[in-house]
Design a protein around this ligand. Structure first.
Ligand code: NAD
Length: 330
């Protein structure tokens, strides 16, 4: 069975490719490397002892994408490719709509043309907007607060419409909460350039001296200690969720939250990071960031019931593995 992984050189994609290869599946990656590096392919080979077929193509280039489907006998697609920086999506929304929507529509057109009917799509908890109650269930109302989130919601709508028109499609929409952590080998992980958008890469940059201080955006939220609460999930558990979705025998259009179901505040995460890694994080409370919400954590009972999904890694693992990756790659 050959799986096409779009964005397979990226953070979550690369971990999933390792799991697919370890499971004996063949993998084809398409990635334009806009937010990743080619050396990830070598690292995947080092971990698994196996090679993948790689195409450095942009999903927006329909002719090139079509050529992959023509050449390879693809059985299923895991679709990670997309731009993902919330702040950037506010400054350059058209780029986000063009990249994320055109890329996805091209992909779905190819799937239709070559009769590939199974797709797993990377959605996000951002589609729940500002939830009125917690934990968040899949049937909660949907809304977005930025163009990035809107692309995710639009793609979900496109997938629902496609399924409505042809219910031989088998579609899993996975709504990720906050992936952190890294591969145990220290070879794969996340280390964005510049000032990171997300908390864990920011903490790690302060720990390694690349940034002087961790700005904590707001300490007056209605939470346990005033700082924002999120549901952090180890990237290896997230990747495992994709394996389960791929193997799920129940067909149709399915939507699952992938998180741990536990909320952790910014200060709790920083304290855990300091304790397990024995480092001090210089931090400063600053004003709230526009659009941030008090708290967000998942109900994962649907994924648990239907996929058998259960997280295997703790917050401690997430803190250890995130730091280990960056120390290994500096
Ligand atoms: N990391 C998170 O916090 C998070 C949370 C929720 C959802 N997601 C979604 O999960 C997916 C994977 O996220 P990630 O953290 O691994 O991101 P990432 O940026 O590390 O990986 C995305 C990959 O897609 C590639 N890509 C982007 N546009 C492309 C295009 N037009 N053609 C070909 N390749 C293209 C990039 O080069 C990159 O390698 C994304 O769709 C993201 O929106 C991520």
């Amino acid at each position: 069975m050959k799986i096409l992984v779009t964005g397979g050189c990226g953070y979550i994609g690369s971990h999933t490719v390792v799991d697919l290869l370890n499971d004996g599946l063949e993998v084809v990656i398409v990635d334009n490397l806009v937010n990743s590096k080619r050396d990830v392919l070598e690292k995947i080979k080092k971990i698994t002892g196996k090679c993948v077929t790689f195409y450095e193509y942009d999903l927006c280039d329909m002719e090139k994408l079509d050529s992959i489907f023509k050449k390879e006998s693809i059985s299923a697609v895991i679709h990670f490719a997309g731009l993902k920086a919330v702040g950037e999506s506010v400054s350059i929304p058209l780029k986000y709509y063009q990249n994320n929507l055109t890329g996805t529509i091209n992909l779905l057109l190819c799937m239709q043309k070559y009769n590939v009917k199974k797709i797993i799509f990377s959605s996000s908890a951002t589609v729940y907007g500002n939830p009125k109650t917690l934990p968040i269930k899949e049937d909660f109302p949907l809304s977005t607060t930025n163009p990035y989130g809107t692309t995710k919601l639009m793609i979900e709508t496109i997938l629902k419409d496609l399924y409505q028109s042809d219910n031989s499609f088998d579609i899993a929409i996975l709504r990720y909460f906050n992936p952190i952590g890294a591969h145990k080998s220290g070879l794969l992980g996340e280390d964005p350039n510049g000032i990171p958008n997300n908390l864990m890469p920011y903490i790690v940059k302060v720990a390694t001296g690349k940034l002087p201080v961790l700005n904590i955006f707001g300490a007056d939220y209605k939470t346990v200690d005033g700082t924002g609460v999120r549901d952090y999930i180890h990237v290896l558990d997230l990747s495992y969720g994709h394996m389960l979705a791929l193997k799920n025998k129940k067909t149709g259009l399915k939507i699952y939250n992938l998180g741990t179901g536990k909320g952790t505040s910014v200060l709790e995460l920083v304290t855990m990071f300091e304790t397990v890694n024995k480092v001090k994080i210089n931090k400063k409370i600053v004003g709230r960031r526009e659009g941030d919400i008090d708290a967000c954590y998942a109900s994962c009972s649907l994924a648990e019931r239907e996929l058998g999904f259960k997280c295997r890694y703790t917050l401690e693992d997430m803190c250890l593995d995130s730091y280990n990756y960056v120390k290994n790659n500096n």
